[in-house]
Design a binder for this molecule. Sequence first.
Ligand code: CP
Ligand code: NVA
Length: 306
Amino acid sequence: MKDLISVKLIPDKEAGEIFALTGRLKKNPRAYNKALAGKTLALIFQKPSNRTRVSFEVGMYQLGGHTIYLGPEEINLGVREAIKDVARTLSRYVDGIVLRTFAHKNVLEMAAFSQIPVINGLSDYSHPCQALADLYTVKERFGRLKGIRLAYVGDGNNVCNSLIYACVKLGLNIRVASPAGYEPDAQVVREARALAFAKGSEFGISHDPFKAVSGADVVYTDVWASMGQEKEAKIRARAFRDFQINARLMKKAGGRALVMHCLPAHRGQEITDEVLDGARAIVFDQAENRMHVQKAVLIRLLGRRA
Ligand code: CP
Ligand code: NVA
């Protein structure tokens, strides 16, 4: 694996190795404080970020490496300079690139023209670092992944697409409930159905949040309007009205279900304060695990290049 572009492209064995290394890194971070000494990671971000930027910057620092943050004004990707020229130039300076962008094809182009690993730090289509950290968090909580029932309620967006692949590949059962017209990507749904069948996991999509959460171990949601969709916020708020994670929906899930959210959360929209601040929410464990999992990914991708 040269790059981390989407969960779909992660070999099953690699996911297991990433999680195993994450466990070791989390337990004994000092043992790895020179793992990436002398290495530099460029962070090209075309959208805002708290978790992704900070966890990569701190993670790289803890591994003995260095980061350079290149915000929207800096590189002006595809406008000031073609993506392939950015890729080829940065390949001469740094050891890896994290790209947060709009169109997923930007990540593919960056990876195709880079001689160094490219990590997708979120595109409109997927958010693989998030899904990996999320499933690591589930594993930490339940001690296993196989057979865990995850319900995703809300927009069939980047986070949802990545979670679907991660769940069906790693043996979790996933049910998605979204309003009509806001389902996950059609190709993701097709491929996930086939993968779930092959792996013996369950995958279902519907427009019924109550049905989706019934009997779930984990209830997951994300914002109704993602970065770049701000103009649609009002229309979306109407369409998603019945897809809020609140006490009534959680009651249907049963007393033991945990609540996950990739954050940032729009409190009072996709999730109530009561649920997000409640004892069943594990959102800050997810946020913390972003850093541990990404450190493992960085070692796997950048570490073996001499
Ligand atoms: N979950 C996540 O990616 O958060 P940021 O947008 O703050 O990086
Ligand atoms: N779906 C959200 C995720 C943010 C981490 C977005 O793309 O804005």
